[in-house]
Design a protein around this ligand. Structure first.
Ligand SMILES: C[S@@+](CC[C@H](N)C(=O)[O-])C[C@H]1O[C@@H](n2cnc3c(N)ncnc32)[C@H](O)[C@@H]1O
Length: 287
């Protein structure tokens, strides 16, 4: 065997070692995880590991659903190129012959591309809707119930809209990796968190960069309390391996039906202390 043929064989074996049974090579090429020649480089291997890592969280949740999740519905908000939805479909739903993945995205070009790719791969139970997350909560194209809601780096308040969507659709699980958040920081800048302004705590948002960071942190804390107040058990972890992004907080909410009164009280108190009562009427309206 020539040197070239040997190298080709080794590269093929390497790719085979990374693939799951039945996984679409064509999809991985489209997602630029594999090169057009079907090769894997170090960057791609890292990317594949990250995608698998996130998928593993979601797979476990899907398997908790009736019928081991075979007929589950999943909506991915702020889908972008929909690589998360595609990977979930390819690794979970494709072989099961049931279930449906919805990708919600405002950019028409990305929606068109995802539709075309799903057509080429014969991923029939995938739909891509050119809607905002907020619009999708009442859109007729979606069923009344969605089992799993995902939102990976959905911009700004799109994560809040995804939570509202999950509540409206009685989702069993929500998997959220929030993106940058500006709304709370803007409120903080305006109100200067009056109740706290005379305390040393005000140092936490004196500099504009800190205002932004604490705004983002506070937003995620408020989101978790809001989910708990609405009958979800919440875990917050790091999306390990997501080194390419500063935003790697993973919030997993599991519906238990037990509305935590203490979380609702804490949410109201925090909003009041930080001078964010206006958000009580919009984002964090309690049941
Ligand atoms: C940072 S990208 C993340 C894409 C993908 N989830 C990922 O992690 O690769 C955010 C995407 O959300 C979309 N988006 C932002 N706000 C949205 C909204 N309110 N409704 C639907 N899509 C939105 C943007 O067009 C963009 O494609």
């Amino acid at each position: 065997m020539s040197k070239l043929a040997k190298a080709e064989k080794a590269a093929k074996a390497e790719v085979q070692g990374e693939l799951r049974p039945g996984q679409s090579v064509e999809l991985l090429k489209e997602l630029h995880i594999l090169t057009r020649e079907g090769r894997l480089n170090q960057d791609s291997r890292r990317k594949l590991k990250q995608v698998y890592h996130l998928f593993q969280f979601i797979e476990k949740l899907l398997q908790e659903l009736p019928g081991d999740g075979a007929g589950a519905t999943l909506a991915d908000h702020g889908a972008g190129k929909s690589y998360l939805g595609f990977i979930i479909y390819d690794l979970f739903f494709k072989a099961r012959g049931g279930g449906h993945v919805y990708g919600i995205e405002t950019r028409t070009d990305l929606v068109d591309k995802s539709r075309a790719l799903a057509g080429r791969l014969h991923f029939e139970r995938m739909s891509f809707l050119n809607l905002t997350v907020a619009e999708s909560a009442t859109a007729t194209e979606l069923p009344e119930r969605i089992d799993v809601v995902t939102a990976l780096h959905a911009c700004d308040t799109a994560t809040d809209d995804a939570i509202a969507f999950g509540l409206a659709k009685h989702a069993s699980f929500m998997v959220l990796v929030p993106c940058c958040q500006a709304e709370v920081a803007a409120c903080l800048r305006q109100t200067k968190a009056l109740a706290l302004s005379r305390t040393p705590l005000a140092e936490l948002w004196r500099h504009p960069l800190h205002t932004r960071e604490i705004g983002s942190q506070l937003t995620n804390v408020l989101r978790c309390l809001y989910l708990e107040a609405n009958g979800y058990q919440v875990t917050v972890t790091e999306l390990v391996g997501w080194e390419h992004s500063m935003k790697n907080e993973l919030i997993i909410a599991r519906h238990t039906g037990q509305r935590k009164a203490s979380a609702a009280a804490r949410l109201s108190e925090l909003l009041a202390q930080f001078g964010l009562e206006s958000l009580m009427e919009t984002r964090f309206r309690l049941p």
